[in-house]
Design a protein around this ligand. Structure first.
Ligand SMILES: Cc1cc2nc3c(=O)[nH]c(=O)nc-3n(C[C@H](O)[C@H](O)[C@H](O)COP(=O)(O)OP(=O)(O)OC[C@H]3O[C@@H](n4cnc5c(N)ncnc54)[C@H](O)[C@@H]3O)c2cc1C
Length: 333
């Protein structure tokens, strides 16, 4: 790990100032914010990142916590721990899919340290990206080695020129819940819908989201909706103890009194460089009851356009199964 300067600000403004003071000389040496530190310190040890300054957000009071306003919805501070999200009574009751997504992450120990802000901004797990001596496309090289290499865990949708998949379980579920993200930076505050927060590699292969240097996430908001209470998150992982998703499905639906679908949100995880929302599959369900025929049609449409690499065609039937099970679960929820 390269030597770095450590700072512990007392406010968001001070953190932004400390981040902005360091003028990056290459893509990897910009100052970085640190929350739980689980991924940042790992990427520094792996020499993927070499920030000249690390700004510890944990010393900023009021950056954590969960609150509910019945009209505007749920607010989750960026420093809120994953275990707080999985066990918060309001989230368990009124946003069950979010509690399930948080619970699906790693282990109790990791959920006790990892934060929602860090979880959304963690870097991808692609082997080539994580290998210190490989300079892949995401690290300033000119080749995505996963395209023709070991690509069992890589993208089947939205890939190219890089084929990473987004690692965050919360990102997939928050996309289904229409979350928005509050960002503080040198130019002020902005609120970005989560659907515009993550970016595809075709836009910029070196980063995964729209955050600019010296910008930090301070809060995640989930608006009140008719579908948050009927939501679920299903994840398949290779090891049952702890693992990143090989496939995941986040689903949320609002049913009318006649049990027909009024609104639907369907998002696939671990198949694309961003949480992969499938609006064309959602549209198939609107105005219809959830049954084998409608669910079957939505599931087929959701995976249309998938283009598997040599070793990951299994992700198509896996994703279909997860989405089908999620929708069947919501039918009787
Ligand atoms: C063994 C292992 C298994 C895991 N399994 C899963 C899994 O199955 N699913 C899953 O979703 N996650 C998984 N994770 C990720 C983990 O749960 C944490 O969410 C993640 O490591 C980051 O959380 P953190 O708070 O420690 O972030 P940090 O390490 O502090 O930060 C991560 C990145 O985000 C940036 N950052 C941090 N906070 C902010 C902020 N507020 N604003 C802007 N940028 C910020 C940092 O600069 C850094 O680049 C796993 C991690 C490990 C080590």
């Amino acid at each position: 790990m390269k030597a770095f300067e450590w700072s512990s600000p007392g406010s968001v403004d001070e953190a932004v100032k400390l981040l902005a003071e360091i003028k990056p000389q290459d893509v990897n040496d910009a100052a970085r914010p640190m929350s739980g530190g689980q991924d940042l310190l790992t990427t520094m040890k792996e020499r993927i990142l070499a920030p000249r300054r690390v700004v510890n957000l944990k010393t900023i009071e009021g950056l954590g916590g969960i609150s509910l306003d019945p009209s505007s919805g749920l607010k989750i501070g960026a420093l809120t721990k994953l275990h707080e999200i999985e066990s918060h009574p309001v989230i368990v009751k009124s946003y069950p899919g979010l509690a399930e997504a948080a619970h699906s992450i790693a282990t109790v120990q990791l959920r006790n340290m990892g934060t929602i802000g860090g979880n959304l901004c963690q870097r991808p797990r692609c082997w080539y990206f994580r290998l210190p001596h490989v300079v892949c496309l995401k690290k300033g090289g000119d080749t995505c080695y996963s395209e023709h290499g070991e690509n069992k865990y890589n993208a089947i949708l939205g890939g190219g020129p890089s084929f990473i998949v987004h690692p965050s379980d919360l990102a997939t579920m928050l996309t289904a819940l229409d979350a928005t993200i509050t960002i503080h930076g040198p130019k002020g505050v902005r609120v970005v819908p989560i659907g515009n927060f993550f970016i595809l590699p075709e836009e910029d292969a070196s980063r995964e989201n729209v955050l600019e240097d010296a910008e930090i996430i301070t809060q995640i908001q989930i608006p009140a909706s008719g579908f948050a209470g009927r939501s679920t998150y299903l994840k398949f992982k290779e090891r049952s103890s702890l693992d990143f998703a090989m496939g995941a499905a986040a689903a949320a639906v609002e049913l009318g009194a006649d049990k027909r679908v009024l609104q639907a949100r369907l998002v696939l995880g671990a198949v694309a460089p961003i949480p992969w929302r499938v609006p064309q599959a959602e549209a198939v369900l609107i105005g219809k009851p959830l049954n084998d025929d409608t669910i079957g049609a939505a599931v087929e449409i959701a995976l249309q356009g998938a283009a598997p690499l040599q070793h990951n065609a299994y992700k198509i039937p896996l994703s279909k199964t997860l989405l089908r099970r999620a929708l069947n679960q919501l039918k009787s929820a």
